[in-house]
Design a protein around this ligand. Sequence first.
Ligand code: 9MR
Length: 579
Amino acid sequence: MDVDTGAGRGADRRKPGAADRRGLRAGLAVATVAAITTAAGAFVLGGQAAAAPTTLRAGAEAAGRYFGVAVGQGDLGNGTATNVAGSQFDMVTPENEMKWDTVEPNNGQFNFGPGDAIVNFATSHNERVRGHNLVWHSQLPGWVSSLSGSQVKSAMEAHITGEVSHYKGKIYAWDVVNEPFNEDGSFRQDVFYNAFGGGAQYIGDAIRTAHAADPDAKLYINDYNIEGTGSKSNAMYSLAQTLLAQGVPLSGIGFESHFIVGQIPSSLQANMQRFANLGLDVAITELDDRMPTPASSSNLQQQATDDANVVKACLAIARCPGVTQWNISDADSWVPGTFPGQGAATMFDTNYQPKPAFTAVLNALNGASVPPSSTSSSSQGANTVTVTNPGSQSGTVGTAIAGVQVLASDSASGQTLTYSASGLPAGLSISGGSGLISGTPTTAGTFPVTVTVTDTTGASGTAAFTWTISGGGSSGACHVQYDKTSEWPGGFTANVTVTNTGTNAITGWTTGFTFPGDQKITNAWNATTTQTGQTVAAANAPYNATIAPGANTSFGFQGTYATNDTNPTAFTLNGTPCS
Ligand code: 9MR
């Protein structure tokens, strides 16, 4: 298990002379990139054999993902580095150039030059940008820490608004809050935590402020040592649940993934999947895999297996949009400066040549044109954890559930099993130690639940079932308005407004209706739609789950039709008819 990424240690991890070495290597650029055609094989596309992609970005794009890289300003002057960064990747994270100490070194004085240079590099290579980061205890200029509590709040909001507005429309996703947790899962008691009187408070405020400045950017919380299950990951999971329940527009969780060779957590995929089950994106944001240097060939092979497994985990999760490697090559990596005697952590060596890990990752990406075979319900460690599926469950709003006991067993003796659940109906919770689910449901609806059971070695198993909660509460007190906003031969767009006409807040909703015609929804916004024949279920997005009494929320979609585009007239909310 990784113990510490060294985040926050030292201002610059590059060794003296690095720039000189880069200069010498610049002439190798063309030869290096030409050599990156090592992954052999073909895949079948539309019934014809096609050459497999030979770059990470092409492989990722064919699999509907991105492959990103951290680029620092120093890299931009190195032709070899920019050649690899510009050809192999399609997403860029500025390594340091968008951090607070660079962007706002003095109160109210913004400096966007270094960040702009990275954005320009990305744009000119047809690459997108992950913004990193807005609020972090590290690389924070001293003036912030000398402010009073209320001044910290205004300074944080002004910093976020200033930076996000400057880059509005240019950033795919922001790491709004970086590394908020201690290793034991408690919040870091930094200047932001102290100013707001709590972790969820400052994090929720930061995300809302970023959303106001750029409503189209995805908004993430990013941290390390949350890749596998454990206290820190559980703390992040609870935080995500809390923020979503409060209607905070959180889009995703960044799993940094600074790994040690041979120590990828076996629960990585299942752990990321449980966050995805909350309706969040899950991205690998800072992948590297370090080893003692000089690297042995067996460690390089192990790194190839490790990195390919990380990429396969992402490919197996529908809500994992991509993987980012931290630094371009072993020559640029932050690792040797922070962990003396260790390095060789990226997929390109110190001469920018592809390593075994590059080939393994490319092959993993190219295999993605066939459906992923692994699911989160299989065990990934040496042990097998078997979870007995309790089957479909039901309940009623306002009536306590006596208790549903999830049973699990382990192939090894002496293991302590830890239980967690995602997707539970609001009001219910699972005991981490015993697997007993209890509580009183507060909202009607149909909830897909996944229970994950993990043993001491990190091996895990899951059981997925549906929990239907009916009646009660205010969820029947609703009104749904369907407006066709445009129509053309064969196509249409519609806007649907859902109003809570009851007296209790609705937390989590699914609107149901049946098309009278032969409409087919092709894409939706502000809700996730599922269509079976003419029947449609539209479920809330993470940021509009809560509808206060008297309030409304809207979603929309585009669709096609052949002969009949008649509007639906009857609607349900969480299974109960609306007016
Ligand atoms: O790679 C970055 C290095 O150049 C900086 O000196 C360091 C300062 O804390 O930050 C490094 O990047 C970190 C990232 O911003 C957050 N996660 C951990 C990364 C590696 O430490």
